[in-house]
Structure formats: structure tokens, C-alpha cells
Design a binder for this molecule. Structure first.
Ligand code: DX5
Ligand code: ZN
Length: 219
């Protein structure tokens, strides 16, 4: 299992120290949760902008940007210069299919891989037509917004369906799952067919990040 550590619950005053801990623990990605305070609450724009700059200065670990914003195009322009491994946008934030297709193209043309994220209440049928042209589906297992929420078990079914579908039609998008994940939940996500888990508070609050990371990556 690959682990993308969410920095949402990092305490700003301990940020650099925590980023080093995540680096030393060898997280596969830093997960940057950009929220505009409109598409979802709270507003994390400033902290995430400062954090990606700090992380780029101290680490080579790939960056996984999760945009929970109304104006995805604006924030794609803001984050592309940092050359993130992934930029993921929310299906629900687009008013038209063409608008989403344009943003997918822009991300791919600028060398990042593109993901589409769906909220818990959004069915996978809504994004099926985009699956052949994207690299990753981010299945939200909590309502986007705050870290530390409880994992919604019903999302395991979505992961299973996405896994079956990609085998059925021979597609190679990754399945990333985000929200409320700890060691026990991570095992269920892996069984359902998930490839990457986003883990925030379980790692950030862990006494031994290195030990927990090792267990999570070995699932
Ligand atoms: C919530 C964010 C998640 C979340 C993960 O909207 O997208 O990345 O912060 O944090 P935990 O693991 O604390 O749920
Ligand atoms: Zn996230």
C-alpha cells in the first residue's frame, strides 16, 4: 500500500519539524489539502501555500495536491509551478463537462498526473466517462473538510466497484482513498482494491510515525 500523508492537521508552529518527521518516516507522498472556505470549510489556502514551499525546500518526496475549491482552474495554475506528482480536482466543483476536460488537459500538458475526487454521496457512474483519461480516482471516505472524521464504511463498496471496473475494461487509474484512515481501516481499503491511502491525524498524532508508516506501507 502507498501512503500519502495529509498535512491538514499539522500544527503551523510545529510544521517544519513535522514535515521532517514525515520525510524520515518515508511517506510515499505529502498530501496537500487545499480548501477555499467556499467549496468546503475551513479555508486552508495560506497554510497549504506556505507548506508546499517549505516541503519543496526540505524534501524530494512527491506531492499529491487535493483541490477542494470552487475555482479549480485558478488553483491548478497556482500549484502547477511546484510540479506536484498529482493534482486532484473535485468532480462536484465543475459546472460543465468541458470545463473539467479543459482542466484535465492543462494538468497533463504541464507534466503532472491528474486525479478526480468524488464526495461520499457521489456515485462512480458520474465519473466513468473520465476514467480512461485520468491517472487517479480519489474516493472520499469522509465529507471533505475537516481531518479526524470517522471513516464511512459504505465507501468500501465504491472502491471495490472501481477496482472491478478497471479490470473489466483494462484501465490503469490508481484508486486513492482519503479520510478517517488508520491501520485497521487501511487493511479493509486494501482488500477492497485501494492502492494509495491518505492518512492525516493517525500519522500526525502518532508517537512513532516511522513505525506506523512501516506497518501501513506493508499492508
Ligand atoms: C479531508 C481531507 C483529508 C483528511 C485526512 O477533507 O481531504 O485529507 O484531512 O485526514 P484524516 O486522516 O485525519 O481523516
Ligand atoms: Zn485530502
Amino acid at each position: 500500500m502507498e501512503v500519502s500523508t495529509s498535512i491538514l492537521s499539522v500544527k503551523p508552529e510545529e510544521a517544519v519539524h513535522t514535515f521532517y518527521d514525515i520525510e524520515v518516516a518515508k511517506s510515499d507522498y505529502f498530501h496537500i489539502d487545499v480548501m477555499d472556505g467556499k467549496f468546503v470549510k475551513p479555508d486552508t489556502k495560506l497554510f497549504m501555500k506556505e507548506s508546499i514551499q517549505t516541503i519543496k525546500n526540505i524534501s524530494n518526496i512527491p506531492i499529491d495536491v487535493h483541490l477542494m475549491v470552487e475555482d479549480a482552474d485558478f488553483f491548478v495554475n497556482e500549484y502547477l509551478p511546484y510540479m506536484p506528482a498529482y493534482i486532484t480536482v473535485h468532480y462536484e466543483s465543475f459546472k460543465s463537462k468541458n470545463q473539467l476536460l479543459k482542466v484535465i488537459d492543462k494538468i497533463k500538458e504541464n507534466g503532472s498526473k491528474v486525479g478526480i475526487s468524488i464526495k461520499p454521496e457521489t456515485e462512480i457512474e458520474a465519473i466513468k466517462e473520465f476514467l480512461p483519461i485520468i491517472n487517479l480516482v480519489l474516493v472520499m471516505s469522509v465529507e471533505p473538510g475537516y481531518g479526524g472524521q470517522k471513516f464511512k464504511e459504505e465507501t468500501l463498496y465504491k472502491i471495490k466497484k472501481l477496482n472491478e471496473y478497471r479490470e473489466e475494461v483494462n484501465l490503469d487509474y490508481y484508486i486513492e482513498v482519503d479520510g478517517g484512515i488508520n491501520l485497521e481501516i487501511a487493511r479493509k481499503v486494501e482488500t477492497a482494491g485501494g492502492d494509495i491511502i491518505v492518512v492525516g491525524s493517525a500519522i500526525i498524532e502518532s508517537k512513532d510515525k516511522k513505525e506506523l508508516m512501516k506497518k501501513l506501507k506493508n499492508i
